[in-house]
Each structure stands twice: as structure tokens, then as C-alpha cells.
Design a binder for this molecule. Structure first.
Ligand code: SF4
Ligand code: SF4
Length: 458
């Protein structure tokens, strides 16, 4: 007779084999597209659309087989034993493929077929779609944007299936799909079609590190009223809209509801969220790294603005353009792209958001000291199962707070709400309240008895 643990094990095994087959087919199709496009110079709108549709159908079918026929409720069985989700062979293969793709995209787009005298290869393969959207040949960023948006939509569908009983998760997933598709992909592409500057209205400095570049400022200022609107909107986002929304709702309004990096992490990266490092060492590293990146980004921006105003390329002996170039190379490309996404299957889905994003750093400082947001804990109900800590993608030891009955107010918390969703006892709740901002973390909601106050009665 099959007992319960054998049943779980055999299901994990099936799931694991299914993952291997699916990854092999998926990678096979992608490799097929690449070879076909790279070596045969096929340019066909129909073929491109059919291939993208095939990938979409495979992912939707995979999601259906995983969740659709099961009762509502989160199913994370086998995540540590699956070859893809448990840092097995598939995870390494996927990590290497993603990393290679990012390296080609950022530094060797010509290998992918980018050429000013007419695209070839995989970039040329996307030309018909690019012509359809903006009347221009594809760039490496168009190819990337298309695949990125498709990934958020498709894995968003998978996520919605998995968390379909949870209204908060449904709403924020629909929100990230909407902002990525409409604001980050369609709108900027159509603006190019109208010969207007490329602009993602939801992307703001310092995440958008080229906002204060002289070339970008000049482009906006010479684009008439719409250019000035984009400039004023960009500044309003930094100094007005973002601080107000972060005060009201915490950094989750951006990191879990709007941002494209967060959108990909929450959808495509959902299967890897448990891989985040929960150690104190990682927490220390996180604080050093993220605030260092923020500092460098502020210095770089001051330097770029100084050079723009004065025409002098050095500030305090630092070449501002070199600094900008290196920031773009190390932080903008290597950290956010290659490590941030390429290492999803090995380090978890929020490596960039946790260790490198200067935007997350600013929002985090505000969330910690000047925001109504907190996760409240009904500590008396906690059974210390540790689900919350396991599935916190930001590596926060949520259980430790729950055991103390202490509100969770951490700069790094992106308010994804998964800790509350996976808690079997309903201990955690994402809330906003203005009455007690300065004492949010000091209140303990469980009765704590010191050793001295214990007496053995005879
Ligand atoms: S503490 Fe909870 S809401 Fe915050 S990042 Fe972790 S899982 Fe998400
Ligand atoms: S998931 Fe809930 S019950 Fe389990 S440790 Fe976390 S707060 Fe406690």
C-alpha cells in the first residue's frame, strides 16, 4: 500500500521528470528558433507568431496540468527535490542558458544578428513583428522586450492558477502583467512609431539610471510639449508620486505591483522564491551592497548633471562619463541582467531587488522610517512551521518575528504577501495604519514571560 510520504515522493518524482521533459522541449524549441533564424535567415511573420504561440501553449498546458485540476490552495510539494526548483541539473542548464543569452544581448548583439545594414539571425527574425509595431527593424531590446513581456504574461497565468484562491495575489499579478504589457512594452513601441522619444512612464530614477544623462535630457527637451511632459512626469515620479505612495502603502506599490523586474521575479521566478538565502551573513551582505549601489548611483548622477551644466567632464578628479559608463556596465547590465535573472534557478528570484536595486534601497529606507505599511503578526497562533520564512523571496526570517508577535517592518520587504498566503494559521496580515508609525516595531503582541518571573509552586 502507498503511504502518504511515498505518495508525496512519487508525485515529486513524476513532477521532476515532467519538469525535465518540459525544460528539454522548451529549450529545444528555443534552440530550434535560434538555429533556424541564425543560420537560414528566415524572416516570416507567420513562423515567428506560430513559434511564440507554441511556446505559450506549452507553458499554459504545463500550468494547467500542475494546478487546474487540483483543489484551490497553494501546492509547493517537491520544490526542494525537483531538478529545476531544487538546484538540480535542469536548474544549472537553465542558469547557463539564461546567462549566455544575457551576455550575448548586452555585449555581443551582432552575434544575434544586429546590424545597421540589415538585421540577420534571431534579431532579423523579429523584424516583421517590429515593423508591425513601430515601422522600424528590430533591435536587441525589442527582441528582449517581447520575450520578457511574454514571460510575465505566461508565467503570470501560471501564478494566477496557483494562487487563485487569494485575491491579493490575483490583483497584484494582473497589475504587473498590465504595467509590463501596456506601459513598458506597447506604449513605448507605439511612441517610436509616432517618432516620439522612447519612454517607459513607470520606470523612474535611480532604476532608470539614464534619466539624467545629457543625451536623454536633450532628447526630451527638444521633443516639444510631450518631451517636457515626460521630463516633468519623471521628476514628479521621483519627488512626489513615489514618496506619497510609499508612505501610504510601503514599497510594495512599486516592487510588487508595477515594476518590471519585480514582475518577472514574481511570475517567472515564483518557482525559485524559496532559494533565497535566509542567513544573517546574507542579510549583512544585502545591506552593504544595496546601499553602496545607491551611493554610487547618486554620485554618478550628480557627476553626470554637473558635466551637463558646466561642460566639464571631471568632478573631484573623477571622470563623470567613465563613471556613468562603468555603472551601466557593472550595475545596469551585469548585476541586474546577468546575475539578477540568469541566476534565478540558483540564487532565487529577487537577487537584484534584494542586493542591487538602488530604487529598492530608496523605497526601503522610506518604508522603514516613514510609511504606514507593516505586516502584523498574531503570534499566539504561530506553530513555528517556517513556511513564511521558506517562501520569503527577500530572505526575511518572517517566523522569528511571528514567534515574538512583533510587527514586520523591514526595508527589504517587497510586500508580495506570499508569507501571509502560505501561513497555515493565518498569523500574518499586510496592513497600513498611520496612528503608530514610530512604534510599529516595538509593540509585542504575545505575552513574554522572563525567567525571573517564573516560580515553581509547591
Ligand atoms: S516578508 Fe512576506 S511580504 Fe515581505 S517580502 Fe517576505 S514574503 Fe513578501
Ligand atoms: S507560516 Fe505561520 S505558523 Fe508557520 S512559522 Fe510562519 S507565521 Fe508561524
Amino acid at each position: 500500500m502507498l503511504n502518504h510520504s511515498n505518495f508525496i515522493r512519487s508525485k515529486s518524482l513524476i513532477r521532476s521528470k515532467f519538469q525535465v521533459i518540459l525544460i528539454t522541449i522548451g529549450l529545444g524549441i528555443l534552440l530550434g528558433i535560434f538555429c533556424l533564424a541564425q543560420f537560414t535567415q528566415i524572416v516570416s511573420f507567420g513562423l515567428l507568431v506560430s513559434l511564440l504561440l507554441s511556446i505559450s501553449l506549452i507553458i499554459i498546458y504545463y500550468s494547467k496540468t500542475l494546478y487546474a485540476n487540483l483543489p484551490e490552495g497553494i501546492k509547493n510539494n517537491g520544490v526542494w527535490t525537483g531538478t529545476l526548483t531544487g538546484r538540480g541539473v535542469s536548474a544549472w542548464i537553465l542558469g547557463v542558458v539564461l546567462t549566455c543569452f544575457y551576455i550575448l544581448l548586452y555585449w555581443f548583439p551582432h552575434i544575434l544578428g544586429l546590424s545597421s545594414s540589415g538585421n540577420t539571425g534571431i534579431i532579423g527574425f523579429f523584424d516583421p513583428l517590429s515593423q508591425f509595431f513601430k515601422n522600424q527593424p528590430a533591435s536587441e531590446w525589442f527582441v528582449y522586450g517581447t520575450l520578457y513581456t511574454l514571460a510575465i504574461i505566461l508565467f503570470g497565468i501560471k501564478f494566477i492558477w496557483k494562487y487563485r484562491h487569494n485575491k491579493y495575489q490575483l490583483l497584484r499579478t494582473i497589475s504587473v502583467i498590465f504595467f509590463q504589457t501596456a506601459f513598458a512594452f506597447l506604449l513605448p513601441e507605439f511612441m517610436l512609431r509616432l517618432n516620439l522619444p522612447f519612454n517607459d512612464f513607470k520606470n523612474m530614477w535611480p532604476l532608470n539610471y539614464y534619466f539624467f544623462d545629457s543625451s536623454h535630457l536633450e532628447e526630451l527637451m527638444h521633443a516639444g510639449n510631450i518631451g517636457w511632459f515626460m521630463l516633468i512626469w519623471g521628476l514628479a515620479m521621483i519627488f512626489l508620486i513615489s514618496p506619497i505612495l510609499t508612505y501610504l502603502y510601503g514599497k510594495r506599490w512599486y516592487c510588487s505591483w508595477v515594476c518590471g523586474c519585480g514582475g518577472l521575479a514574481e511570475t517567472a521566478g515564483d518557482s525559485f522564491r524559496h532559494l533565497s538565502d535566509k542567513s544573517i551573513k546574507a542579510w549583512n551582505l544585502e545591506r552593504y551592497l544595496i546601499y553602496s549601489v545607491l551611493l554610487i548611483s547618486v554620485v554618478m548622477t550628480i557627476g553626470v548633471l554637473y558635466s551637463y551644466k558646466t561642460g566639464v567632464n571631471t568632478l573631484l578628479g573623477i571622470n563623470t562619463y567613465e563613471l556613468r559608463k562603468w555603472y551601466g556596465f557593472i550595475i545596469g547590465a551585469a548585476f541586474s541582467g546577468v546575475i539578477g535573472v540568469g541566476f534565478y534557478p540558483l540564487l532565487g528570484s529577487r537577487v537584484w531587488c534584494r542586493f542591487g536595486c538602488p530604487m529598492a534601497a530608496i523605497l526601503g529606507i522610506q518604508q522603514k522610517f516613514f510609511s504606514r505599511f507593516r505586516i502584523t503578526t498574531n503570534g499566539g497562533q504561530c506553530i513555528s512551521c517556517g513556511n513564511c520564512s521558506t517562501y520569503c523571496e527577500m530572505g526575511i526570517d518572517v517566523r522569528a518575528y511571528a514567534q515574538r508577535g512583533q510587527n514586520i517592518v523591514r526595508a527589504s520587504c517587497v510586500g508580495c504577501g506570499i508569507c501571509a498566503a502560505v501561513c497555515p494559521r493565518g498569523v500574518l496580515r499586510l496592513e497600513n495604519g498611520s496612528a503608530d508609525i514610530s512604534t510599529r516595531t516595538t509593540q509585542l503582541k504575545t505575552i513574554h514571560i522572563s525567567e525571573d518571573s517564573l516560580r515553581i509552586l509547591n
